[in-house]
Design a protein around this ligand. Structure first.
Ligand SMILES: *Cc1c(COP(=O)(O)O)cnc(C)c1O
Length: 354
C-alpha cells in the first residue's frame, strides 16, 4: 500500500513509544512516567479551567504559563517558549535552527527521536559514538563545523549526566550553531544549564513536565534561550499551528510549576528509590550506570536482556529494551514506587538465579 503517501514519509521509520497496555494491569516501568500524582494545585487549576471558556481559543503566547516558567528559572518571559510536550518543542527547534548543508551532531546512543527528526526534516546527522562507559566524548562535539548540536543530560537511556564544564566547552566551541540541551530528566538530581542562558546566545535548554512534574498526560514542555531564538520557535509554530498548548494544559502547567515544594519532594522520593533499587540490582550481579534520571540502565553479565524482558513481562512487570547496536544487552527500567521496585527485584532475583 502507501499508495497515496507523500514521498517525504514513504520510507520513514517513525519513533516507537513505549507500550501503554490496555489488557491487564502491569507494573509499568517502561515509559519513565512519574509514579506519583501531579500537584493537587495543578489538578485544581485544571478543574477550574474546565468551563465555558473552552469555547475560546487559548492564549497562543501562553503568557501566564511563560511568566510562571520564567519566574521559576530567574529568566524573563521573552527567554521562554512553551509547547505541546517537549517532543514538539524539539521538533520546532530542529526546524528553526538546523539546515541540511551542515551536520547536526548527537550521540549514537541517545533519545531516538533526534534521529527521527533529522530524517524527517531532511537534515544530515553526524552520530558521535559514546565512550565504552557511555560517557560523552566532548572533543568530538567541539569541531566547530556543525550546523547544530543536541545533547541530552541526563542522557537517555544511559541516565548519565553531562558535566557542566563539558557543556560549556561545547557551547564555546560551537558559536556557529545552536546547542540544544535536552533536560527531560534534570529534576531527579542533575544540575540545570538554565543559568547559562543569559551568557550563551547559542544555548537552548529544553524541558518537560512529563517526568519530574508527573504530567505526561498533559503534554507540556518548554524551551529556554535568547529571545531571538525563542522568536524563531514562534515563527515555526505560527507556520504550523498557533494554538499548540490548550487552555487546560496552560493552567495546570503554570500551577504545577509554581508548586515547587510539591514536585521537588516527589522527585526526591523517586531519586531515593532509584538509588535503593540500583543497590539491589547490583547485589544481583547487574552492572548499573550511575543514573541521575528516573530510570536505571542495567546489564546482567549472565542473562540476556531480552530473556529478562520477557520473563519480567510474564511476571507482570514491563520494562524497556532497545534492539539496537551497543545496548541490546541492557534494560531501561523506570523508577516506580518502593513497592513496585521490590516486586521488580523479586522477579529479577528469580530470573537471574534460575
Ligand atoms: C520523555 C522525553 C522527552 C519528551 O517529553 P514530552 O515532553 O513528554 O514530549 C524528551 N526528551 C527526552 C530525552 C525524553 O526522555
Amino acid at each position: 500500500m502507501k499508495k497515496y503517501w507523500s514521498r517525504r514519509i514513504r520510507d520513514m521509520v517513525p519513533y516507537v513509544p513505549g507500550e501503554q497496555p490496555k489488557d491487564r494491569v502491569f507494573i509499568k516501568l517502561n515509559t519513565n512516567e512519574n509514579p506519583y500524582p501531579p500537584s493537587p494545585k495543578a489538578l485544581e487549576a485544571l478543574r477550574e479551567a474546565a468551563d465555558d471558556r473552552l469555547r475560546l481559543y487559548p492564549d497562543p503566547e501562553c503568557a501566564a504559563l511563560r511568566a510562571a516558567i520564567a519566574a521559576a528559572h530567574g529568566l524573563s518571559p521573552e527567554q521562554v517558549f512553551a509547547g505541546n510536550g517537549s517532543d514538539e518543542v524539539l521538533a520546532f527547534c530542529f526546524q528553526a535552527f538546523f539546515d541540511p548543508d551542515r551536520p547536526v551532531c548527537f550521540a549514537d546512543i541517545t533519545y531516538t527521536f533526534y534521529a527521527v527528526y533529522a530524517e524527517y526534516f531532511g537534515l544530515t546527522p553526524r552520530l558521535i559514538p559514546l565512550g565504552e562507559d557511555f560517557s560523552l566524548p566532548v572533543t568530538a562535539f567541539c569541531a566547530g563545523d556543525s550546523g547544530g548540536v543536541v545533547v541530552a543530560t541526563p542522557n537517555a537511556p544511559t541516565g548519565l549526566e553531562v558535566p557542566r564544564a563539558d557543556l560549556i566547552r561545547i557551547l564555546e566551541s560551537n558559536p556557529q550553531a545552536v546547542v540544544l540541551v535536552d533536560e527531560a530528566y534534570i529534576d531527579f538530581g542533575g544540575t540545570s544549564a538554565d543559568n547559562l542562558v543569559d551568557q550563551y546566545d547559542n544555548l537552548v535548554v529544553v524541558r518537560t513536565l512529563s517526568k519530574g512534574h508527573g504530567l505526561a498526560g498533559m503534554r507540556v514542555g518548554y524551551a529556554l534561550g535568547h529571545p531571538d531564538l525563542m522568536a524563531a520557535l514562534q515563527c515555526v509554530r505560527d507556520s504550523i499551528n498557533s494554538y499548540t498548548v490548550d487552555r487546560a494544559a496552560q493552567a495546570a502547567a503554570a500551577a504545577s510549576i509554581a508548586d515547587t515544594a510539591y514536585f521537588e519532594a516527589q522527585a526526591a522520593k523517586v531519586s531515593a528509590t532509584r538509588d535503593r533499587a540500583a543497590a539491589q540490582l547490583r547485589a544481583l550481579g547487574f552492572d548499573v550506570t550511575d543514573s541521575k534520571a528516573n530510570f536505571l540502565f542495567a546489564h546482567h553479565p549472565k542473562v540476556a536482556a531480552k530473556t529478562l524482558l520477557d520473563g519480567l513481562r510474564e511476571r507482570g512487570v514491563l520494562v524497556r529494551w532497545f534492539d539496537r547496536p551497543r545496548i541490546s544487552d541492557h534494560l531501561r527500567i523506570s523508577v516506580g514506587t518502593d513497592a513496585e521496585m521490590d516486586a521488580l527485584y523479586d522477579a529479577l532475583k528469580e530470573l537471574t538465579e534460575e
